[in-house]
Design a protein. Structure first.
Lengths: 173, 403
């Protein structure tokens, strides 16, 4: 089993990655810091699990070399669990990519990262309801200070593929 | 069976309506600062002030440690000591490792353990630390994307867009990560232009540090020639290379207070990287050039290349030694140039030549990793540029009556 960290550029995937694995992926406050993938290991239920920090992408249609790396990575790792890292203050964009990945049949778990920024901007997200609609684990995180990381780790096992029509049905009522 | 783009957005609309509520947003001080630094009227003067401030910091920080500490450590204590304890004065090994037994400073000794160590640790290390401290702060605060937006218009003229400022600035530290960072540019044309311009015209931090130390008076002219070359070549490449140069499309993130933990870790990684990659190459470069001197190869080459060097470029034939060292390390090459007697205009020309004539071996390997076709293209462009631009600088010197 492998864990892929995917999401838009500059949402804090590398910070997340370093928190999970204790590695030293370069973190900066600008989009496009990670242009190649970085691998590391985390301990999950007493097993070493490979975690991959994937360059940020907007959607699964790549627009530059760094994004090509990401899409190829996803295609090669058929049995991976994908941790979708969102910028919680821009949740719609994160959902677009997450839905694309869910549609491809990957088990997904969502980290609403930069939760502190969303709070500053007075954006309130009903995490429980979002989780119910999507049928995948959703966790509020602030990777830079470490909040929510432990919960993500403990719930990675809950991720399982969901059918997009179930999500449509749940969103409709 | 996936959703269409529209269906997906419709679904997202429904989901976010049910789960997200947007409260009233207050305009904060952070937003105000963010706007001031990105609107051209205030942003451009601020950018100039920021860059100038960083430049002064770079010079004074590096100078403080080099002149204030390392020069006396190496010249007064280390050099006399190693000259006296190294066995077999006058032998081959002595020549390679210690160099000139009569030298009274580490620049002119030319040995692996004298000049090599002094350049790497005494001059370049403080410069690298200063540069990376600045770069890390700029990165973590979130200033880079703002700089990108401000400089966008200018960089479009050379087939790039504002975000090319990221590889360009990284390149001022080291060309190697900058080559990889050029992947954030969208098209192959842009990436080719970027890599070629980086490899030819952007001096790395090591080279900047050594120039600051050995040719402080002429350094400005060298940088002006490099900057002009960057834009002329970019302009030409943009005209002749087929392909598209799309618009800049980036998110400008909010400013953030840099986290000490992250700054420390990044600095540490980059400095360790410098020790691992740069120091062995500086020492190796010293050794190679010394062996070639001793074997008479340099003199022979200087003779053969004379029409090109003193004829076309107007620099002393002896510059062939530093030019060979420049394959391995540009900082070493500049240091060796500074020990050759020549006029200041010849110094400007030869330092520009060392900068542009070939990317150092580490950069060369990185460009190769991005694709051998692009590498061949870059090398072809490079050969033409060195010949023409080097000749042009000589011509300008003749016209000004200084060459």
């Amino acid at each position: 089993m492998k864990v892929l960290l995917m999401g838009h550029p500059n949402v804090g995937k590398s910070v997340f990655f370093n928190r999970l694995t204790g590695s030293n992926a370069i973190e900066s406050n600008y989009p496009g810091t990670t242009v190649d993938y970085t691998k590391g290991y985390m301990l999950l239920e007493n097993k070493d699990v490979e975690v991959i920090d994937v360059p940020g992408i907007f959607s699964l249609e790549p627009k530059d070399r760094a994004e090509e790396v990401s899409v190829k990575m996803l295609e090669e790792e058929k049995d991976a669990i994908v941790v979708c890292v969102f910028d919680a203050s821009k949740i719609e964009r994160g959902l677009y990519l997450a839905l694309e990945i869910i549609e491809k049949g990957y088990p997904v778990i969502i980290a609403l990262n930069m939760w502190d920024v969303a709070t500053d901007k007075n954006i309130a997200i009903d995490v429980k309801n979002l989780e119910k609609i999507l049928g995948v684990p959703v966790i509020a995180t602030t990777a830079i200070s470490g909040e929510g990381i432990a919960e993500v780790v403990s719930r990675i096992g809950e991720a399982s593929p969901v059918k997009i029509r179930n999500i449509i049905k749940n969103a409709g009522d | 069976m996936g959703l269409s783009v529209d269906e997906r957005w419709d679904l997202i609309d429904k989901i976010s309506k049910e789960t997200v509520t947007f409260g009233k947003y207050k305009h904060t001080l952070k937003d105000a600062v963010g706007e001031l630094t990105i609107k051209p009227l205030t942003g451009i003067p601020i950018a100039i002030a920021v860059l100038y401030g960083l430049w002064s910091f770079f010079g004074s920080f590096a100078g403080f440690f080099t002149d204030g500490f390392f020069v006396s450590l190496f010249d007064e204590h280390f050099l006399p000591w190693i000259q006296s304890v190294f066995p077999d004065k006058g032998g081959w090994l002595y020549y390679i490792f210690v160099g000139d037994p009569l030298a009274d400073n580490c620049f002119e000794a030319f040995g692996v353990l004298t000049s090599g160590l002094f350049i790497a640790i005494g001059v370049v290390l403080p410069a690298i630390i200063a540069f990376y401290l600045i770069l890390t702060l700029l990165e973590d605060i979130g200033y880079m994307p703002r700089l990108a937006v401000l400089i966008d218009t200018i960089l479009h003229k050379i087939g790039l867009h504002g975000y090319a400022i990221v590889p360009t600035i990284l390149s001022l530290g080291c060309n190697v990560p900058a080559v990889t960072a050029s992947r954030i540019l969208e098209t192959r044309k842009q990436r080719f232009i970027m890599m070629t311009l980086l490899a030819i015209f952007i001096p790395c931090g090591a080279q900047l540090g050594i120039m600051e130390e050995v040719i402080p008076d002429t350094m400005g002219y060298v940088l002006i020639y490099l900057l002009i070359g960057y834009f002329i070549l970019g302009f030409i490449l943009n005209k002749i290379i087929p392909g598209k140069s799309p618009e800049i499309l980036i998110d400008v993130p909010p400013y953030q207070r840099p986290m000490l933990r992250n700054v420390r870790r990044k600095m540490q990684m980059r400095i360790v990287g410098f020790f691992k990659v740069a120091i062995p190459f500086v020492l190796l470069g010293c050794a190679v050039v010394n062996i070639l001197y001793k074997g008479g190869v340099i003199d022979w080459l200087a003779n053969v290349m004379s029409p090109l060097l003193s004829g076309w470029f107007g620099v002393p034939d002896e510059t062939v030694g530093p030019l060979i060292a420049a394959f391995l390390r540009k900082d070493l090459a500049v240091a060796q140039l500074s020990a050759i007697p020549m006029t200041s205009y010849q110094m400007i020309t030869s330092v520009v030549l060392v900068s542009i004539y070939f990317p150092c071996v580490a950069t060369f390997v990185m460009i190769l990793k991005e694709g051998w076709k692009d590498l061949l293209g870059s090398v072809a462009v490079l050969a033409a540029v060195v010949f023409l631009y080097g000749g042009l600088i000589h011509l300008i010197g003749i016209l000004l009556g200084v060459a």
